[in-house]
Design a protein around this ligand. Structure first.
Ligand code: CAA
Ligand code: NAD
Length: 284
């Protein structure tokens, strides 16, 4: 079954980017959030990103307009009923995601696929909140979705081969390279990345070096595009903490314990770029 109509629920940095990628590949996209106003703001951010590409001469203005014409803001998540694939990109909290899937699942046609962009939460557990566990899958885009090549495809215990094939083919159509992961906490990327970020938080907490020197050391010493604290601010410190909590709780080892400094930043509302302050301050 060809996927032509996609709904993205959660119009934050990931949902907006996923909507952009899908619309650029020619799909019709419905963008939903907790309110139409939030979805409209997500669409405006996405329009801004496309506008920058036009300014840089990388995208013709007519193409930008064509991409935007394929994205529609949903009045409510109930508008997702027509979609062939619904991908969820709301906050990294299992209960919020479960409630959303319970609401959306009964609205969809039998052929429709439900996917989660979760960074760490069990796909099998999320699938169990629906009546279509065989049509449920993890489709994990990397941030920023329009730039990053990878999509991790995560098979829950009950995900069918057909669902896996359709989603893998869709990711390729979106211009992405896929890897397939078993349903273990953090999958592949965050199993490796979040301990790195968490260790950088412990190093800062212990006064090993300044944030700038920790980032410069990793950036230049390991040839990473961003240092771990800059990357954590970019991902969102709330998201980093929620992922670290899943790894710690589900894998049960002390080495995954989130640094107190990370918890404090989240408690203070210093969530990184999206709130203007994290380990660094962001202008304006
Ligand atoms: N649409 C299309 N293209 C875009 C874009 C958008 N929305 N935003 C940026 N770009 C393009 C720019 O046009 C630019 O292209 P050129 O190099 O051809 O000019 C390119 O992307 C880089 O953008 P910038 O010049 O603005 O910025 P930069 O060079 O500083 O790169 C970055 C920014 C791509 C984010 C880079 O710093 C980077 O790769 N950082 C690491 C990101 C990373 O590790 N992501 C994974 C996080 S982990 C994750 O996602 C999983 C999880 O669950 C937490
Ligand atoms: P974000 O905070 O930028 O956006 C989350 C969006 O979800 C917000 O717009 C919020 O209003 C909306 N939302 C919250 N509850 C909702 C509900 N019940 N119904 C509809 N919308 C709701 O977060 P993000 O960084 O885009 O992350 C979203 C998901 O993607 C998380 O599961 C995260 O782990 C995952 N992810 C994040 C990154 C990253 O680098 N930030 C990378 C890959 C995957």
């Amino acid at each position: 079954m060809a996927i032509e109509r996609m709904a993205v629920i959660g119009a934050g940095q990931m949902g907006g980017g996923i909507a952009q990628v899908a619309a650029q590949a020619g799909l019709k996209v419905l963008l939903a959030d907790a309110t139409p106003d939030l979805a409209t703001r997500g669409l405006a951010r996405l329009g801004g990103a496309l506008g920058k590409l036009v300014e840089k001469g990388k995208l013709p203005a007519a193409e930008r307009d064509a991409v935007l014409s394929r994205i529609r803001v949903a009045e409510s998540v109930e508008a997702c009923a027509e979609a062939d694939l619904v991908i969820e990109a709301v906050v990294e909290k299992e209960e919020v995601k479960r409630q959303l899937f319970q609401r959306v699942d009964p609205l969809l046609a039998p052929h429709a696929i439900l996917a989660s962009n979760t960074s760490s939460i069990s796909i099998t557990a999320l699938a169990a909140s629906t009546r279509r566990p065989e049509r449920f899958i993890g489709m994990h885009f990397m941030n920023p979705p329009p730039v990053m090549q990878l999509v991790e495809v995560i098979r829950g215990l009950q995900t069918s081969d057909e669902t896996w094939s359709e989603v893998t083919a869709l990711a390729k159509r979106l211009g992405k390279i896929t890897v397939t992961s078993k349903d273990v906490p953090g999958f592949i990327v965050n199993r490796v990345l979040i301990p790195l970020i968490n260790e950088a938080c412990f190093a800062l907490q212990e006064g090993l070096a300044t944030p700038e020197d920790i980032d410069t050391a990793v950036k230049l010493g390991l040839n990473h595009p961003m240092g771990p604290l800059t990357l954590a601010d970019f991902i969102g410190l709330d998201t980093c903490l929620y992922i670290a909590e899943v790894l710690h709780r589900e894998l049960g080892e002390d080495k995954y314990r989130p640094a107190a400094l990370l918890r404090q930043h989240v408690a203070a509302g210093w969530l990184g770029r999206k709130t203007g302050r994290g380990f660094y301050r962001y202008g304006g």
